[in-house]
Design a protein around this ligand. Structure first.
Ligand code: NAD
Ligand code: UDX
Length: 464
């Protein structure tokens, strides 16, 4: 029986390797992590991450050919293929702080493989890493390999998006793979191609050299984020001119060269990947003495920060230039719908700005635990401390509860349950202070209908 080990039971390692187990019953998949609580949750009825369709897949294969464990060494020892799917966050201190990827987790996992392995392994870089990281991994592994053991390294970046991870893993646009163009490298790559080809059409499995594969992952995220910053930049022009950003996006998106996806204006992109990976690209460009290239990509992040600040300023300005002690219902805290993940969520920045303006925030999100919301707001660097957060933030258990006595509602995440048919906006209006304002940061509401009810509506990318 072919054995796969995945190091890192997070948002990528968990779903991506659970899907391999689901699609290939004859492969034993063991997902390991150092975090005992996370592994306990994977082994319980309440999985550590919320992702539509994930429960069914895990519950169908767990204990059969899918296992979750903290015994990293044993899983490494018995595996033929090892996915390294650990976190690669932006460095917080030292060289490249605030830009470069922290590769400490990658290196620790690689060294563990080198120390523990007693048979040859194919090591697969699943994490998003700077270009040429596979070279460092190879140096570490080869320096530690003993006679008769060889390590082949593949790059196999992941393109799943949270909230649609299972769909993305079942029907990916493409699976990308890179290897050293040697007979051994190509043979190792073929083994991974054979696994994915069980459920993905072969023509969608793209192979190339290692460095192109590593860079393509950063490039794809940078291009996606750039589209959002572009439409968000246009949303500012729309608000000032009377143009409607949805109409502009539609007009541009129907040009087949541009395409309609990823042109939704918003309060700004969040998530653990876009900002981190662009900054990683900026750092790489600087290291390569390409300052103009670095500045170009940096502007995508700068525009995103501007969008979050711009929308918050619009809220304060519209509420008669002061939100001091006003109750503001913040609907949605996750960085997008259908996930409980809050990493880099625009809601965090907006809450911080509004707390600094002395607002009273009533926050509701269907999937983010209250503890997480508080933890995010007191995280160093966010700009608000524990005392301020305690004083200014209350967490609610429904949208209705958040809106009672509120002066304004701010839609931060596009959850379906905040849409017009799903929430009774008439009831909400009746429970609010007047004038009752709604700020739609996700373009999910029907402004004319809300105005009929009596709301004052402000929408991103539209003038009032
Ligand atoms: P995550 O933080 O959710 O999970 C990483 C896990 O690795 C953690 O549970 C951590 O405890 C574990 N870990 C770290 N070092 C370890 C070690 N030495 N041994 C065992 N376990 C270890 O991160 P994630 O969101 O799953 O992201 C993982 C990688 O995939 C990152 O490089 C990220 O950029 C990339 N990626 C993420 C997404 C996404 O949507 N989240 C999508 C594509 C790619
Ligand atoms: C992203 C990439 O899409 C995925 O391929 C990669 O593997 C990981 O990073 P993710 O961050 O999970 O995935 O979600 P995504 O759907 O890309 O959304 C990222 C952010 O952009 C969210 O905050 C979302 O709300 C925002 N967004 C997305 C917009 O504001 N407008 C859009 O049109 C699309």
């Amino acid at each position: 029986m072919l054995k796969i080990c995945c190091i890192g039971a997070g948002y990528v390692g968990g779903p991506s390797c659970a899907v391999i187990a689901f699609k290939c019953h004859d492969i034993k998949v063991t997902i390991v992590d150092l975090n005992q609580a996370r592994i306990d949750a994977w082994n319980s009825d309440r999985l550590p991450i919320y992702e539509p369709g994930l429960d069914e897949i895990v519950f169908a294969r767990r204990g059969k050919n899918l296992f979750f464990s903290t015994d990293v060494d044993e899983a490494i020892r018995e595996a033929d293929l090892i996915f390294v799917s650990v976190n690669t966050p932006t460095k917080k201190s030292g060289m490249g702080a605030g830009m470069a990827a922290d590769l400490a987790y990658i290196e620790t996992a690689t060294r563990r493989i080198a120390q523990v392995a007693t048979t040859s392994k194919i090591v697969i870089e699943k994490s998003t890493v700077p270009c040429r990281t596979a070279q460092s991994m190879r140096t570490i592994l080869e320096a530690n390999s003993t006679k008769g053991i060889r390590f082949d390294i593949l790059s196999n970046p992941e393109f799943l998006a949270e909230g649609t991870a299972i769909q993305d893993l079942f029907h990916p646009d493409r699976v990308l793979m890179g290897c050293l163009q040697t007979p051994e490298g190509l043979a190792a790559q073929q083994k991974l191609v054979d696994i994915y080809s069980r459920w993905i059409p072969r023509e969608r499995v793209i192979t190339m050299n290692l460095w192109s594969s590593e860079l393509s992952k950063l490039a794809a995220n940078a291009l996606l984020a750039q589209r959002i910053s572009s439409i968000n930049a246009l949303s500012a022009i729309c608000e000032a001119t009377g143009a409607d950003v949805d109409e502009v996006a539609y007009a541009c998106g129907t040009d087949s060269r541009i395409g309609p996806k990823f042109l939704k204006a918003s309060v700004g992109f969040g998530g653990s990947c876009f900002q981190k990976d662009i900054l990683n690209l900026v750092y790489l460009s600087e290291q390569l003495f390409l300052p103009e290239v670095a500045a170009y990509w940096k502007s995508v992040v700068t525009m995103n920060e501007y969008q979050k600040m711009r929308f918050t300023h619009r809220i304060v300005r519209t509420l008669f230039n002061t939100v001091t002690n006003k109750r503001i219902a913040l609907l949605g805290f996750a960085f997008k719908k259908d996930t409980g993940d809050t990493r880099e969520s625009a809601a965090i920045t907006m809450c911080s700005y509004l707390i600094q303006e002395h607002a009273q925030l009533a926050v509701y999100d269907p999937k983010v635990p209250p503890k997480q919301i508080i933890a995010d707001l007191i995280e160093p660097g966010v700009g608000t401390n524990e005392v301020e957060v305690k004083k200014h933030v209350s967490i609610c258990s429904s949208a209705y509860e958040a809106c009672v006595d509120a002066d304004a509602i701010v839609i931060c995440t596009e959850w379906d349950e905040f849409k017009m048919g799903a929430l009774d906006y008439q009831r909400i209006y009746a429970s609010m202070n007047k004038p009752a304002f709604i700020f739609d940061g996700r373009l999910i509401l029907d402004a004319p209908k809300l105005r009929e009810i009596g709301f004052k509506v402000e929408t991103i990318g539209k003038s009032t």
